[in-house]
Design a protein around this ligand. Structure first.
Ligand SMILES: Cc1cc2nc3c(=O)[nH]c(=O)nc-3n(C[C@H](O)[C@H](O)[C@H](O)COP(=O)(O)OP(=O)(O)OC[C@H]3O[C@@H](n4cnc5c(N)ncnc54)[C@H](O)[C@@H]3O)c2cc1C
Length: 374
């Protein structure tokens, strides 16, 4: 078996699968390793898959904007597109929040945005009497991606063109003379660069206090009529995701955090009640709305809400791509493209362009080490 690669990516959630596929497409020799099945173990398993470009944090916009940063959009964008249903995404929010979103659009992409002074334009006014004083913003280009389809197609692409090893947990990585040894049971592989895309469940050392696991509860409800598109309800701090004509997924807000995912309490507790109260405030009456299942999933979070993407320390050949704070699906294609550009450049011994460096600076893992040391 081949044991030496340009890059080994650990973790085949949406991020690892996207990064590996983009690296393969850029011509690098890649292995993708996953402890379970593709997308089946971590945050990706339970994702809502809402894909939207609008983002309030300016630093995150390069990760969420549509279109390519370097050259043309590649295989990852194409496979996402295949799994995407462009229903549009509705934001129900105050005029102030809608204004902030509009600022985020800038001059590009305004043709894709509709602003309404009331929510009456959504689903024949079904939310109108419950959302008095709220505005409606519709991002026409947004939609929902079928997470399982997207990730399994990405992994299939990697398996066909490079190496995909599932059911193989990485135990540790050892850096030696500009290479990294990756140990998984009896197997030892080697690569020039390794990307840890293990989400919140990764066993590899990360900068102290940089990333933690946080629960994301959700309830699936049967209802008289699911919304026609995903709804982000700002003042209620939740989302409604249509899963079928009479089925929707709604996010709950009872959260807890821990250093590692395995330390989280994943029992539903009072999340179902919390979700029922939220949907009642949007006009779904209890007689026609039944909770079908409540689950508690998790993702990797950081304290500043921005992911960690970059070398784990200045000289390390170990890259981190984690801490996607509950919105990794909307960022995955761009993160993959940016990392493929960067690692391709490093393999070719090139200096990174100033534009690229300035985008990546906001995500540099060492921002947490610096805070911890000061
Ligand atoms: C309920 C819910 C709803 C969400 N809704 C949305 C949404 O609508 N839109 C959006 O943009 N985002 C959403 N998210 C967030 C999004 O799903 C995550 O940010 C994203 O899936 C993170 O992907 P990841 O690849 O970084 O991590 P993960 O999916 O956690 O993948 C990590 C992978 O690494 C593997 N791994 C761990 N340790 C090892 C090891 N030692 N060796 C090998 N493999 C290992 C795991 O098995 C896992 O497959 C949601 C999340 C949840 C939980």
């Amino acid at each position: 078996m081949k044991t030496s690669f340009d890059v080994i990516v650990i973790g085949a959630g949406v991020m690892g699968a996207s990064i590996a596929a983009a690296l393969v497409e850029s011509g690098l020799d890649v292995a993708l390793m996953e402890k379970g099945i593709a997308g089946g173990q971590g945050a990706t398993r339970d994702t809502g898959g809402i894909v939207r470009g609008l983002e309030l944090d300016p630093a995150l916009r390069p990760l969420t904007s549509r279109g390519a940063h370097h050259g043309s959009t590649g295989i990852v964008h194409a496979l996402f597109e295949q799994a995407l249903k462009r229903t549009g995404v509705a934001y129900i929010a105050s005029s102030e929040v809608c204004g902030k979103y509009l600022e985020a659009v800038g001059t590009e992409g305004t043709e894709n945005i509709e602003l309404h002074a009331s929510v009456g334009a959504l689903d024949n006014g079904r939310f109108s009497s419950f959302c008095d004083g709220e505005c409606l913003l519709i991002e026409r280009n947004g939609g929902m991606v079928d997470a399982r389809v997207a990730v399994s197609n990405l992994c299939r692409y990697v398996a066909e063109k490079a190496t995909f090893l599932d059911h193989l947990a990485v135990d540790r990585c050892v850096e030696l003379d500009g290479k990294v040894q990756v140990h998984a049971g009896k197997l030892c592989l080697e690569a020039t660069w390794v990307v840890d895309a293990c989400g919140a469940s990764g066993p590899l050392p990360r900068p102290y206090g940089a990333v933690h696991a946080r629960t994301i509860p959700f309830t699936r409800l049967s209802c008289d009529q699911a919304p026609s598109m995903p709804v982000i309800a700002h003042s209620l701090n939740t989302y409604l995701l249509p899963l079928g004509r009479n089925l929707m997924q709604v996010g709950g807000q009872r959260r807890q955090r821990a250093e590692h995912a395995y330390q989280l309490n994943l029992s539903p507790m009072d999340n179902e009640q919390d979700v029922m109260e939220r949907v009642a405030r949007l006009g779904y009456d209890r007689d026609h709305t039944l909770p079908v299942v409540t689950q508690v999933a998790w993702d990797a979070y950081t304290d500043d809400g921005r992911p960690l993407i970059g070398r784990s320390t200045n000289k390390s050949h170990l890259y981190l791509a984690t801490g996607f704070c509950g919105i990794g699906f909307k960022m995955a294609p761009n993160v993959a493209e940016l990392l493929a550009f960067e690692l391709g450049g490093r393999m070719a011994g090139m200096q990174m362009e100033a534009d690229h460096r300035s985008i990546m600076e906001a995500f540099c893992p060492s921002r947490f080490t610096e805070v911890a040391l000061s």
